[in-house]
Ligand binder design. Structure first.
Ligand code: ZN
Ligand code: ZN
Length: 277
């Protein structure tokens, strides 16, 4: 355990980056063989989402530095609720508690992004993708990227999470985020088992359905337990799924990068409530 912690402490950000890139290309090829959606221009779709890699860099660097400084401070002052627990901060149990707390943080963050109008305008950019595949993972407005990392920073501050635990969590998250967006569906029986604890592609695809109340369900990041606990868990058969956001389905709104990046600064559009998918 000690060696693993040291390795992650030294190489965490690099592992996260290499794993993300490696898994991205692995998922891309899995989609080419086992995908369920073929009736779209995959490369064209990916090119529209790819610029978000570059717009995310300034926020990542800035908040990345803030993470290092914050953890230095919490470690020095032994600040955060994890210091009050009767477990060693370097144990597996401590990692599990950190992991669950940070995952709950992601759930709270995601619900907030949907419920606060101004924040939703940033989050729409991710939801507006009318095809969900691995490149949708990249589609995040730089404003949302900044807000999300700031929120995680606050959560790390409150918990007093160790750097290695945060990095290991981010590494696991890199895998699960790609898995949730892959253009593939687990067989129903397997989905019922894996989905008891984890967010599966089948479950996240419901979150990407274009109409309420389905958009406001399955908020979980890695774990699906929060949705089950707080009553936001929903299923929808594959044949009923339409991806996107009903208020932003036009090409003029989501067909090019400039329109996408401008969405948060436009006028709020009210969604339609409809119980039929
Ligand atoms: Zn969402
Ligand atoms: Zn998504």
């Amino acid at each position: 355990m000690k060696n693993l912690q040291q390795f992650i402490n030294t190489n965490g950000p690099q592992i996260q980056l290499f794993l993300f890139v490696g898994l991205f290309f692995l998922s891309w090829n899995i989609e080419n063989i086992f995908g369920v959606l073929f009736n779209y221009k995959k490369w064209k779709h990916a090119f529209l989402n790819a610029p978000f890699i570059f717009t995310a860099i300034p926020g990542q660097l800035l908040i990345g530095l803030a993470f290092v400084k914050t953890i230095e401070w919490t470690t020095l002052h032994q600040f955060g609720f994890l210091y009050y627990l009767p477990v060693s901060k370097n144990s597996l149990l401590s990692f599990l508690i950190t992991f669950i707390f940070l995952d709950l943080g992601e759930y709270v963050y995601h619900v907030t992004m949907h419920k606060v109008k101004r924040l939703w305008m940033f989050h729409i950019v991710h939801h507006s993708d009318q095809v969900v595949d691995v490149s949708t993972t990249l589609r995040e407005h730089p404003g949302e990227n900044f807000i999300r990392l700031t929120f995680t920073l606050l959560w790390v501050f409150l918990s007093g999470a160790a750097f290695w635990a945060l990095m290991l969590r981010q590494i696991i998250q890199a895998f699960t985020t790609l898995f949730a967006h892959i253009n593939y569906r687990l067989p129903e029986k397997l989905d019922n088992i894996v989905g008891l604890i984890f967010i599966t592609p089948n479950l996240h695809q419901v979150h990407h359905h274009y109409k309420q109340p389905y958009t406001d369900c399955n908020y979980g990041d890695v774990l699906s337990i929060w949705d089950r606990l707080f009553g936001t868990f929903k299923k929808l058969p594959a044949e009923d799924l339409i991806f996107g956001v009903d208020t932003y389905m036009g090409k003029e709104d989501v067909g090019n990068f400039k329109s996408l990046i401008s969405i948060p600064f436009g006028k709020y559009r009210k969604a339609t409530q409809n119980l039929n998918p």
